[in-house]
Write a protein that binds this ligand. Sequence first.
Ligand code: URA
Length: 197
Amino acid sequence: MSAEEPVAVEFANFGELERVAMVCTRCDLAEGRTQVVFGSGDPAADLMFVGEGPGAREDEQGLPFVGPSGNLLTELIHGIGLERSACYIANVVKCRPPGNRDPLPGEITACRPYLEAQLEFIRPRVVMTLGNFAMKLLLDTKEGITKMRGKQYPFRDDAVLIPSFHPAAALRGGGGVLADMRADFVRARRVLHEPSI
Ligand code: URA
């Protein structure tokens, strides 16, 4: 596959998707990575988180959200009575941007088929985006997270998207951001408990 190919790419099943992603060279991030951070958790999860991209710890371990932001994410998941392993956790880009810089538009486009396919196979009832990058991509908006959060948005056929802050923002910004994130997680729990249509 090249980065110019259209967004819709067919994969026979989740295993094939992961195998293809793990050896991806669609963008320059492939050169600097230790390994691809495809995603982790239950591919049949009702709740899926989408972050920005792997940091140093994630790149080392091959798993998303295993550093300080990950510890906070785990705490927030536990706070609504769930285990991390019952959710699915992925990122907009699957390889670490050097020096933890923001992912570039071309990198996001190149990686998008993997995220789209993850969403397609997992079909979560609730997608929670963590930070601006995932929210802007999946809601196709230029608005910032501060304006968009605090609400839920219909997503694809029958899902709901809840935008929240990136856990790193709560680690930097303290109590207010964290309180808002907790409220977003409670919203997610409420939606998950609603009867599905
Ligand atoms: N930040 C992210 O956006 N994703 C990770 O996996 C880790 C930190």
